[in-house]
Design a protein. Structure first.
Length: 426
């Protein structure tokens, strides 16, 4: 490793450890490297940042963010919760299972883990507290369930991975459906098991008429993911066009059908979408410069040679990569990990003939686990803030949920056909 490369990585790690914004850490480390190494003029920083976000596919990010917020403001999210509550009734752990199911359904609308946590948490956490559920348990379940928004399509994380590695986003979306369902079911089993030990139950039992009314009311919300994912699967939309269709659909349903959208609310959604998109694109732009430097230093080739020297087994190499990502996920943001590591690991995967679609889905599951692992744990942090408790209060209940997610990840590593058979890459 050259001195300049060590300086680049050391500066980045130092800035992350002192809690600098990830975009700042990537950008400052890159600028310092170029200043010392004299690899290229400083003008290349601006050029690479612009090139990094000059992508039609990335337009899907603000559109999916906007569609998710429109669906919350437009009344789709509460109707999803009501339908789940009617179906579960008074079963053991009912409200926790309702929350997990609602997070899965809303994740198919928003594409964002944090948005999922906040939207569902604000509706479910007060009701669970009234029913005697421990806030730490509720927050742990909410954080892990909300992180499914990074796995279940239309996942923003999958969009960024597909863009960074030139992988089909449509195939990523299709391949992530079954793993997303497996994760949700695993979390429900854990929630039922813990609730059974503590005697936590659901709400009032629902009659057939109540379930029917809840289902009819939720039909427009249930159609949305069919339009988005089904349109991509049928070849009608590209992911970006599907995101645009999602925005139009949310506007029509929220504004005309449910009549829950106001002009003031719409202006707030535009403002929030702009702020969130700006923060995401700044990370992508800074990571583009950082990744360009890593490529110039031949880091991908070094990674390939290093792992090939360690093992001839693709399974072992994949498990090693998953462990690295899991450790990094405890203190780094998901997008930064993808933008830095995915271009490095994809050549390694090619050497072992591992499908990049399959790996991308495993990577997103790994990052969903990291989003609930201290000290960063951004989804867990959002859940605890929504509940009004310190993050430490959820640790007692967190481990079983994380264990269930890790078990699903290991199962998918051992049986890749669960994903590849659906995507047609087996």
């Amino acid at each position: 490793m050259s001195f300049e490369l060590a300086l680049l990585l050391g500066t980045f790690v130092f800035l992350v450890l002192i809690d600098a914004p990830i975009a700042v850490a990537l950008g400052l480390a890159s600028v310092l490297y170029l200043f010392i190494a004299d690899l290229a003029p400083m003008m290349v920083v601006a050029q690479r940042m612009i090139a990094g976000i000059d992508s039609f596919t990335l337009l899907a990010i603000p559109l999916f963010l906007m569609a998710g917020m429109l669906m919350v403001q437009g009344g789709l999210a509460p109707r999803i919760v009501n339908l789940c509550a009617a179906l579960v009734g008074r079963s053991t752990g009912g409200l926790a299972i309702v929350m997990i199911a609602a997070c899965m359904l809303f994740g198919s609308l928003s594409g964002s883990g944090v948005a999922d946590v906040v939207a569902i948490g604000t509706m479910m956490l007060p009701a669970m507290r009234e029913r005697g559920y421990h806030p730490g348990f509720s927050s742990a379940a909410l954080g892990c369930a909300g992180s499914l928004g990074t796995v279940i399509p239309p996942s923003i994380v999958l969009i960024v991975y597909g863009t960074a590695t030139n992988t089909s986003i449509g195939q990523l979306f299709i391949g992530a459906i079954i793993p997303g369902l497996m994760l949700g079911l695993a979390l429900m089993v854990v929630a039922w098991w813990i609730s059974r030990r503590h005697g936590w139950r659901g709400g009032e039992p629902a009659t057939g008429a109540v379930i029917g009314r809840a289902f009819i009311s939720a039909i427009p919300a249930l159609i949305a993911p069919l339009i988005i994912v089904g349109g991509i699967r049928a070849g009608i939309f590209t992911p970006t066009e599907a995101a645009g269709a999602g925005v139009v659909y949310a506007l029509l349903v929220g504004g005309l059908f449910y009549r829950s959208l106001s002009w003031e609310g719409f202006k707030g959604i535009l403002r929030d979408t702009t702020e969130m998109t700006g923060s995401i694109l700044l990370v992508i732009a800074s990571a583009s410069v950082f990744g360009w430097i890593l490529a110039a230093e031949q880091v991908p080739q070094l990674a390939v040679n290093g792992i090939l020297a360690m093992t001839d087994s693709g399974m072992v190499a994949l498990l090693l990569i998953m462990l690295i990502v899991l450790l990094l996920g405890t203190f780094m943001e998901s997008l930064a990990i993808i933008l830095i590591l995915a271009p490095i690991f994809v050549p390694v995967l090619a050497a072992y003939q591992i499908d990049p679609v399959y790996f991308g889905i495993l990577l997103c599951i790994n990052l969903a686990i990291g989003a609930n692992t201290p000290p960063l744990g951004i989804d867990l942090m959002a859940a605890c803030r929504t509940a009004g408790i310190p993050m430490s209060a959820s640790f007692r209940y967190l481990l079983p949920f994380l264990g269930a997610m890790v078990a699903v990840l290991v199962l998918l590593v051992l049986f890749p056909q669960i994903i590849t058979a659906v995507t047609g890459t087996s």
